[in-house]
Write a protein that binds this ligand. Structure first.
Ligand code: LHQ
Length: 259
């Protein structure tokens, strides 16, 4: 527990909650340090199978805390990105566990980028994405130039990044920016249901799927086919695959042990 961030682990599911609701969970240096530390610790915790990232109060995250930028001694933006934002995004993509962004309200600037860096995005009807960078004379950052075209395609990414109109939850669902929209009270229960489905799957297969989907963007078809064959060869020798087959034969649910 750090000011501005809560981490709660319940069985195989960790919930990380940005917790500065009065500032719409805007990201200060201490919150970014706590978030990076929490993600790294969860990445190393084999008992944790899924991470849910959400925000306290009416916002998911309003991005960089702009009040912090008023300090004349604030680090330059490139340093801020290299030392704080980029490692957070890199950790979200490198960790074996899937990250579910449960977008409970407005996600602006780097707050939207954090949601885009997750593996899955579920939204409440109150969610709204604001690519607020241009309004303050900046480019999309924290991975948004990479994640956004992959999520919604280059045309829509350009519309969002350049025109910058807020995207409501229904529009986000229609364009594929989120995959489910539920009533606010249902958001965390729904995220939990999805997390438990993922947590019940074979962890090596989940991790390999996550990384193969990312890596495929940099591969041609032949390389992707070969990567799949290599992964399938490895997973095909695993105890979890044998358990999955046995459970199918015996008409029962599999119990995966992560081996
Ligand atoms: C905030 C913030 C905020 C502090 C609302 N900071 N207090 C990375 C590298 C390093 C530096 C630069 O940037 C980046 C990437 C970025 O993230 S750039 C984008 C930074 N974020 C923004 O520009 C968003 C600024 N916020 C807004 O545009 C609005 O607040 C949104 C659209 C998020 C929500 O609007 P409303 O629902 O109308 O809420 P509000 O504006 O009334 O805000 C409520 C409070 O939250 C208010 O404080 P107050 O004391 O007046 O109640 C705001 O000052 C505070 N707040 N965002 N980023």
């Amino acid at each position: 527990m750090t000011d501005g961030l809560r981490v709660a682990v319940d069985g195989p599911v960790a919930t990380v909650t940005l917790d500065r609701p009065a500032a719409l969970n805007a990201l200060t240096i201490p919150v970014k340090a706590a978030l990076l530390g929490a993600l790294r610790a969860l990445a190393d915790d084999r008992a944790v199978r899924v991470v849910i990232l959400t925000g306290e109060g009416r916002a998911f995250c309003a991005g960089q805390d702009l009040a912090e930028r008023d300090d004349p001694d604030a680090p330059p933006l490139d340093v801020e990105l290299r030392e704080r934002y980029n490692p957070i995004v890199a950790t979200m993509r490198a960790m074996d566990q899937p990250v579910i962004a449960a977008v409970n309200g407005v996600a602006a600037g780097a707050g939207a980028s954090l949601a885009f860096a997750a593996d899955l995005r579920l939204a409440s009807t109150a969610a709204r994405f604001v690519l607020a960078f241009g309004r303050i004379g900046l480019v999309p950052d924290s991975g948004a130039t990479w994640t956004l075209p992959r999520l919604v395609g280059p045309g829509r990414a350009a519309e969002l990044a350049l025109v910058g109109d807020p995207v409501d939850a229904e529009t986000a669902l229609r364009i594929g920016l989120v995959t489910r929209v539920v009533e606010p009270d249902e958001l965390l229960p729904e995220a939990r249901r999805v997390a438990e489905t993922l947590a019940a799957a074979a962890p090596s297969a989940v991790a390999a799927t996550k990384h193969a989907l990312d890596a495929a963007w940099d591969r041609d078809l032949a390389a992707a086919l070969e990567a799949e064959a290599e992964l399938q060869g490895r997973l095909g020798r695993s105890a979890d695959h044998a358990e999955g087959l046995a459970a199918f034969r015996e008409k029962r649910s599999p119990v995966f042990r992560g081996s």
